[in-house]
Design a protein around this ligand. Structure first.
Ligand code: HEM
Length: 156
């Protein structure tokens, strides 16, 4: 009889829900990749505009990268020491990069006629600050000492 393997890691219900949303969002990345493929084949201006093509490729790639990064970090966020509020802040800060970075890249050169980066590319700065804040707090929350069990704090 087939016995399913024990789960390699335990996930909180919050991370399970968020993971489901992130995995579904990868379908959006697949759709975006199909749009890029269509543009390569059917839109002559796409390959003729390095700025537009580079930034749109970066938009697609960073959406994928940060969705996968957040998925990888969900169990680590569950393991972080702190309140559930802190863990939600980490989930939001880290996953926000999969919105801010692609938005900055796509709007930074919105069409093949764009000759200079648009101001929207500046969204990379708040995006990077939010992500760096989330990653730094996650490291701190992973390494901080576990609180002493109740009643043992004043034993010494
Ligand atoms: C139907 C699914 C997909 C299609 C048709 C597709 C198509 C493409 C195309 C055409 C490019 C190059 C765009 C250009 O040069 O202008 C690209 C780049 C890229 N894609 Fe996708 N993609 C798909 C799904 C995914 C997924 C699921 C991921 C990751 C989870 C991903 C990650 C990337 C990365 C990292 C790049 C940049 C590669 C580089 O610059 O060397 N793609 N994709």
């Amino acid at each position: 009889m087939h016995t399913p393997p024990a789960s390699p890691f335990a996930l909180s219900q919050a991370s399970r829900n968020m993971g489901a949303v992130l995995i579904l969002s990868l379908l959006g990345v697949m759709f975006g990749g199909s749009v890029l493929t269509w543009r390569i084949v059917n839109l002559p201006g796409y390959l003729g505009s390095p700025l537009h093509q580079d930034l749109w490729r970066a938009g697609h790639a960073h959406a994928a990268l940060f969705l996968v990064l957040t998925l990888v970090l969900l169990p680590w966020i569950d393991a972080a020491r702190g309140s559930e509020g802190l863990r939600w802040a980490l989930r939001i800060l880290i996953s926000s990069a999969s919105i801010t970075f692609p938005l900055a890249f796509f709007l930074g050169a919105p069409n093949p006629g764009t000759v200079a980066p648009a101001p929207a590319l500046g969204l990379l700065i708040p995006g990077a600050i939010l992500l760096a804040t989330g990653l730094t707090i996650l490291v701190w929350a992973l390494l901080r000492k576990a609180p002493a069990p109740l009643g043992q704090g004043d034993a010494e």
